[in-house]
Design a protein around this ligand. Structure first.
Ligand SMILES: [Zn+2]
Ligand SMILES: [Zn+2]
Length: 315
């Protein structure tokens, strides 16, 4: 007779079958029976602890639209969040509703959850029975709740959690682009962005090619980064398309709060910063006649542009 175990923590569970999982192994009272070549459906229950955690995750998802959006707004988002809470609980952290609500007060933690979710999903007990083993190998389980998670895996998860907590208390600093490319944003020339250091390389994005011939200049292809403000107007890295002057124009007009005029307005002498020989990095669009453009684009209107990365002005 099969034991009905908690699909998440491995505790021998009482109660109903809550999930059925395709597996190539089956747990019996004698141990694990491997039935190769014949995928089986495996039944799991959910223990009281894991059920309570899922209830917390479901309430959070229901009451905090921000969490839903950040975690992808998918039907299984509560399960994903529960996986993350399972890791925190396994590491001895408080995952009661009030404690989790305090955690989600800060956006970086939400981002961090996404990062944790992929690791967390893999430690579920049921993953031991996945056709492709995602979790720790079967056979090293002492029968205790979470007993199959090795000290090494606990260490890795603990470090991931510590990184998330560190991000909450980290103070933003002026961070230049990663040092394997141009020293400023390839479009606007911004030398720094104001960001928490641990998020800097992600915020600068991926290394990409700038072909000066397509960006208002000449010379050979250069490599570098785009700041997050400009990046929204460039093709994704690796899709075969290098940025061109139209992307630069849209980024500049968006900076000036005039993106709606991009189709009809021409910027005289437009260049990307990457296409200006020996240009020094500094403030965004420092070489463009921003005041002149502002007056032309927004006659009779004073605009105060709020740049989320305006720390660059200090450089
Ligand atoms: Zn459980
Ligand atoms: Zn930029």
């Amino acid at each position: 007779m099969s034991k009905l175990m908690c699909g998440k923590c491995g505790d021998p569970a009482v109660g109903e079958v809550t999930e059925i999982y395709d597996a190539v192994q089956r747990a019996t009272e004698e141990g694990f029976i491997v039935e190769l070549g014949r995928p089986l459906s495996m039944e799991f229950g959910r223990c009281a602890d894991c059920a309570a955690r899922l209830a917390v995750a479901s309430q959070i998802v229901e009451q905090h639209p921000r969490v839903r959006v950040r975690l992808g707004n998918l039907p299984f988002v509560a399960d994903e969040l529960e996986s993350v809470l399972a890791v925190l609980s396994m590491l001895g952290m408080d995952v009661s509703l009030p404690a989790v609500e305090r955690l989600i007060d800060s956006d970086p933690v939400l981002w961090g959850w996404l990062e944790l979710a992929s690791v967390a999903g893999a430690i579920a007990f049921r993953q031991r029975f996945a056709p492709i083993l995602l979790g720790p190998a079967a056979g090293d389980w002492d029968g205790q709740r979470w007993g199959w998670v090795t000290p090494e895996d606990r260490e890795t998860l603990g470090q991931a959690v510590a990184r998330q907590i560190y991000r909450r208390i980290e103070v933003p600093e002026l961070m230049p682009p990663p040092n394997d490319g141009l020293r400023g944003c390839g479009f606007c020339g911004r030398s720094h962005i104001l960001v928490k250091p641990s998020l800097a390389s992600r915020t600068w994005g991926l290394l990409r090619d700038f072909d000066p011939a397509r960006l208002g200049g000449e010379g050979s292809v250069l490599r570098g980064y785009l700041c997050p403000v400009c990046r929204a107007y460039a093709p994704p890295v690796g899709m075969g398309a290098n940025p061109d002057l139209n992307d630069v124009k849209r980024a500049l007009l968006a900076f000036l709060d005039a993106l709606g005029k991009a189709a009809t307005y021409d910027v005289d002498g437009l260049k990307a910063w990457a296409a200006i020989p020996d240009a020094e990095p500094g403030e965004p669009w420092a070489w463009a006649d921003l005041e002149g453009l502002r007056e032309e684009l927004h006659p009779n209107r004073t605009i105060r542009y709020l740049d989320p990365y305006e720390g660059a002005k200090i450089s």
